[in-house]
Design a protein around this ligand. Structure first.
Ligand SMILES: [Zn+2]
Length: 453
C-alpha cells in the first residue's frame, strides 16, 4: 500500500488541508485530513484529480511541425489530411509503438493520467492485414504498458472514403475494414488487452458518419451493448454540408435522431452545431470531445461553449493530432477561442464563478466518463488518477486556494506538474516520467529509421 501526503488537495467535496490518501490496487481506499505526514509517505504540495485525455491519434505526434509550410493556394484540413496519409503510409509497427510510447510519456508529464486512443491504422501499407489482425493495437498496448498510462482503446471502423459510401482512396486502405472484419479485430484486441493492468478499457469508434453507413452504424452499436462509443462528428463545414446532402440532416442532428446516443457516447469535434443541436446534445448525456489545440491548428472553428455549458452539457479534452502536448494550453485555448469569438471575458462557466475550476473539474469528469474510468475526482473507491502541482512556483505562489485552478489554466504551464499517478502507478516524479530517457532514445532511433526510409 502506498500513502500520499498532500499539503492540500481538491477532494470531491472541496479543498482540504493536510491530506493523507491510502492507495491499494490502483484505487483510493481511504482519505484522512487534518493529520501530518508519516515517515514513508510520498509528500506533495497540491493534489488534484488527473484528467483523462479523451482523444489521441498517437502516430501523428511524429509529424508535428511538418505541415506548417504554406503551399501555393489555400491550405485546409483536407490538404493537411493528404500529407498525414502520406506520412502514415510509411510507418512500421515498431515505429508506431515507439512514437506512441514517446507521446504517452509527454501526456503523463503534462498531467494526464489516461488516454483514449482512437486507433485507426490497422493494416500494412496498401491495406493487407497483418498476420495478427490486431498487431497494431498490440503495439499501442505495449506503449501503454511501457509508460504506465491508463489506456482506453478505441479501435476504429472505417469503411468508406467519404459521405455517401464512396470507395476508400489509396491513402485510406491501411485503416479500411467492413463490420465483420472489424469484429474480428475487436475480439483479438480485447483478448490482448487482458495483459494490461485492470484499469484498461476497450470501446468502439465508428470513425465518422462520412466513413461509415447508417446500416453499418446501427449493426455496430447493436452488437456492442456496453463500453464507450466515440465518433468524429462535425469538425468541418464541408463535412456538415456533405452529410446534409446525403442524409438530409446535419451530423449531430442525424446522430441524435437515428441512434441511441447516451452517456456512453463521446462526440469528437462537435464544432459545427446549431443552437438546437447544442442543447439536444447536452440533454443526451454524451460527452463533447473538444480538442482545442488541434482544432485551432487545423482551422476547424470554435465550439459553441456558452449554450452548451448553460444546458449542462458534459465535455472533456483531447490532444487529437498531438501537434503539441499541453494540458494547460488545451484548457486555456478552449476559453480563449470563446473570448476571441464573442469579444468578452470569462465565458465558459454557467452563471458565475471561477472559469479555471469549471473547465478543469468539468474536463476531469467528462474525460473519465468518456474513457469509462472510475476517476475524475478524489474520493474513496475511485481510481488513483492523481496529479500534484507546485503551488509555490512563480506562476501560482501569489494565489489563494480558490484561485489556484485559474492560475493553473491561465497563468501556468505544465511545468508546475511534479507527480502523476495513473491508477496508482506513480509514473511522473519531480516533473519527469520515470522512463523518459529510455523511451526517448527508442523514439529517436525509430525516427532516424523513418526519415532514412
Ligand atoms: Zn481525431
Amino acid at each position: 500500500m502506498a500513502v500520499i501526503y498532500a499539503k492540500q488537495a481538491l477532494l470531491a467535496e472541496g479543498w482540504a488541508a493536510n491530506v493523507r490518501l491510502d492507495l491499494r490496487d490502483g484505487r483510493i481506499v481511504s482519505i484522512d485530513h487534518g493529520t501530518g505526514p508519516e515517515a514513508n509517505d510520498t509528500r506533495v504540495d497540491t493534489l488534484l484529480p488527473a484528467l483523462g485525455n479523451l482523444h489521441s491519434h498517437a502516430f501523428q505526434r511524429a509529424m508535428a511541425g511538418m505541415t506548417e509550410v504554406r503551399q501555393a493556394g489555400r491550405d485546409s484540413f483536407w490538404s493537411w489530411r493528404e500529407l498525414m496519409y502520406r506520412f502514415m503510409d510509411r510507418l512500421t509497427p515498431e515505429q508506431i509503438e515507439a512514437i506512441a510510447a514517446q507521446v504517452y510519456v509527454e501526456m503523463l508529464e503534462a498531467g494526464y493520467a489516461s488516454v483514449g486512443e482512437f486507433h485507426y491504422v490497422h493494416h500494412q501499407p496498401g491495406g493487407v492485414p497483418h498476420d495478427n489482425i490486431a498487431e497494431l493495437s498490440e503495439r499501442i498496448f505495449a506503449a501503454a504498458a511501457r509508460t504506465g498510462i491508463g489506456l482506453t482503446h478505441l479501435p476504429v471502423l472505417y469503411s468508406y472514403g467519404g459521405a455517401g459510401q464512396v470507395e476508400l482512396s489509396a491513402g485510406q486502405r491501411r485503416f479500411g475494414t467492413g463490420v465483420d472484419e472489424f469484429e474480428r479485430l475487436f475480439d483479438a484486441a480485447s483478448a490482448a488487452l487482458r495483459h494490461l493492468p485492470g484499469d484498461a478499457r476497450i470501446g468502439i469508434a465508428p470513425h465518422s458518419l462520412r466513413a461509415t453507413s447508417p446500416s453499418e452504424l446501427s449493426r455496430l452499436v447493436a452488437r456492442h451493448g456496453q463500453g464507450p462509443i466515440h465518433i468524429h462528428i462535425a469538425e468541418q463545414p464541408r463535412e456538415v454540408r456533405e452529410i446534409e446532402d446525403w442524409l438530409g440532416a446535419r451530423p449531430v442532428e442525424w446522430l441524435l435522431g437515428n441512434l441511441p446516443v447516451d452517456d456512453r457516447w463521446c462526440l469528437i469535434h462537435a464544432t459545427h452545431m446549431t443552437v438546437t443541436e447544442t442543447r439536444d446534445m447536452a440533454a443526451s448525456g454524451a460527452v463533447a470531445g473538444l480538442c482545442p489545440i488541434t482544432e485551432a491548428n487545423l482551422g476547424d472553428g470554435a465550439f459553441n461553449g456558452p449554450d452548451y455549458a448553460e444546458a449542462g452539457g458534459s465535455f472533456g479534452i483531447g490532444s487529437d493530432s498531438n501537434v503539441n502536448i499541453s494540458l494547460t494550453e488545451e484548457l486555456r485555448l478552449l476559453e480563449y477561442s470563446q473570448r476571441l469569438r464573442d469579444g468578452s471575458r470569462n465565458v465558459l462557466v454557467p452563471g458565475a464563478g471561477s472559469v479555471g475550476r469549471f473547465l478543469y473539474m468539468s474536463a476531469a469528469r467528462g474525460g473519465a466518463q468518456a474513457l469509462a474510468r472510475e476517476a475524475g475526482s478524489i474520493a474513496t473507491g475511485k481510481l488513483a488518477d492523481l496529479v500534484a502541482i507546485d503551488s509555490q512556483s512563480a506562476a501560482l505562489c501569489a494565489l489563494s486556494r480558490d484561485s489556484l485552478l485559474d492560475g493553473l489554466v491561465f497563468a501556468a504551464t505544465d511545468r508546475v506538474v511534479t507527480d502523476v499517478w495513473s491508477a496508482g502507478r506513480h509514473m511522473v516524479r519531480g516533473g519527469h516520467h520515470i522512463a523518459r530517457d529510455a523511451v526517448f532514445a527508442a523514439y529517436r532511433t525509430a525516427i532516424e529509421r523513418l526519415l532514412a526510409s
